[in-house]
Write a protein that binds this ligand. Structure first.
Ligand code: ATP
Ligand code: MG
Length: 310
């Protein structure tokens, strides 16, 4: 979750989407990369009491899997504490400082279905580490009149990381948070974003396929109250609008992940089993028959289908 603008709903989105995905049975790890440690607090931990965490992973090369804590069923947290404030300065002369998190996550990749990273409101080194490690960026936006200020700079940063450090990185979507659909301004901001995204379609930039998520988060006071109790919205007010909205966001992400995975699987299968079109002369009629054959890796080419050429 990334937006260098403060207070747009990044942490709220990480906590509640992660909790919802975990409740659906996925194994989820959430990473607090913000020195404010709001994610850690929102999940009910006191940052002062935490010795482990993202600081140790980034600065002392601590083992990621040893530093994470099980905070709910299926939900792990790499917490943050106040030490993270100094991390950027301490890393200034370290070679490869942008990819420390990516390296640390390598051994854990297969053990989780989702890893959600909560970035702070900055585009500094901590955020660069998140971008180098991530596959997708979700940008929470609060659709008020300054919402798009800095949006270009944010996308430019993502594009640079995509080109230089992490070629698999792409912007997956924009999530409208604290949305008030009956007021005209949010709808105008939404239209502006859509217009902006449409210009990138068909290009190879990192946000060419980004979309405004078809689900959005309504303004809901329960979402603002839940952090002070260290509870997710599903624990604090399970039947409020906030719960409903974040459940839909998690379902959307889950469905999208499933369909991306099956597309990738069929592409892989097609690559292993390439289709060849072979023209075979028919000696009796002097026509040719087109044979669609599947080249099976071990069994050679077997005809799957025949199309008579008129
Ligand atoms: P920062 O950049 O400081 O890390 P953030 O982008 O993580 O901020 P949040 O902390 O998630 O933003 O949200 C900012 C404030 O708005 C918090 O007090 C949060 O509880 C509240 N809030 C978030 N979403 C909603 C919502 N849909 N309705 C009402 N309040 C909300
Ligand atoms: Mg935050």
């Amino acid at each position: 979750m990334l937006n260098q603008k403060g207070g747009v709903g990044k942490t709220t989105t990480v906590v509640n989407t992660a909790a919802s995905l975990a409740a659906m049975g996925s194994r989820v790890v959430a990473i607090d990369l913000d020195p404010q440690a709001h994610l850690t607090i929102h999940l009910g931990l006191e940052p002062q009491t935490i010795d482990a965490g993202s600081y140790k992973v980034l600065i002392q090369s601590a083992n990621f899997e040893k530093e994470i804590m099980l905070v709910r069923c299926n939900l792990w947290l790499l917490p943050a504490n106040i030490n993270l404030v100094g991390a950027e300065t301490e890393l200034v002369s370290v070679v490869g400082r942008e990819t420390i998190l990516r390296e640390a996550l390598k051994t854990a990749e297969d053990k989780f279905d989702y890893c959600l990273i909560d970035c702070g409101p900055s585009l500094g080194l901590l955020t660069l580490n998140a971008l180098a490690a991530a596959q997708e960026v979700l940008i929470p936006i609060q659709p008020h009149f300054l919402a798009l200020r800095g949006f270009g700079k944010l996308l430019q940063t993502i594009e640079l990381v995509n080109r230089r450090i992490n070629p698999r990185l792409k912007v997956n979507g924009i999530l409208l948070c604290m949305f008030e659909g009956r007021v005209s301004l949010p709808n105008e901001v939404k239209a502006d974003i859509e217009q902006f995204l449409n210009k990138a379609r068909g290009t190879n930039c990192a946000w060419a396929q980004a979309q405004i998520l078809p689900v959005y988060i309504r303004k809901n006071i329960k979402l603002a109250e839940a952090p002070s109790y260290g509870k997710t919205i599903f624990e604090y007010a399970p039947s409020c609008h906030g719960s409903e909205d974040y459940r839909k966001v998690a379902e959307f992400i889950h469905n999208q992940t499933q369909s991306n995975a099956s597309t990738a699987e069929s592409a892989e299968a097609a690559e292993k089993c390439p289709i060849k079109i072979v023209e075979v002369a028919n000696t009796n009629t002097q026509d040719t028959t087109i044979k669609v054959v599947t080249a099976k890796p071990d069994a050679g080419c077997e005809p799957d289908n025949q199309l008579e050429r008129p």
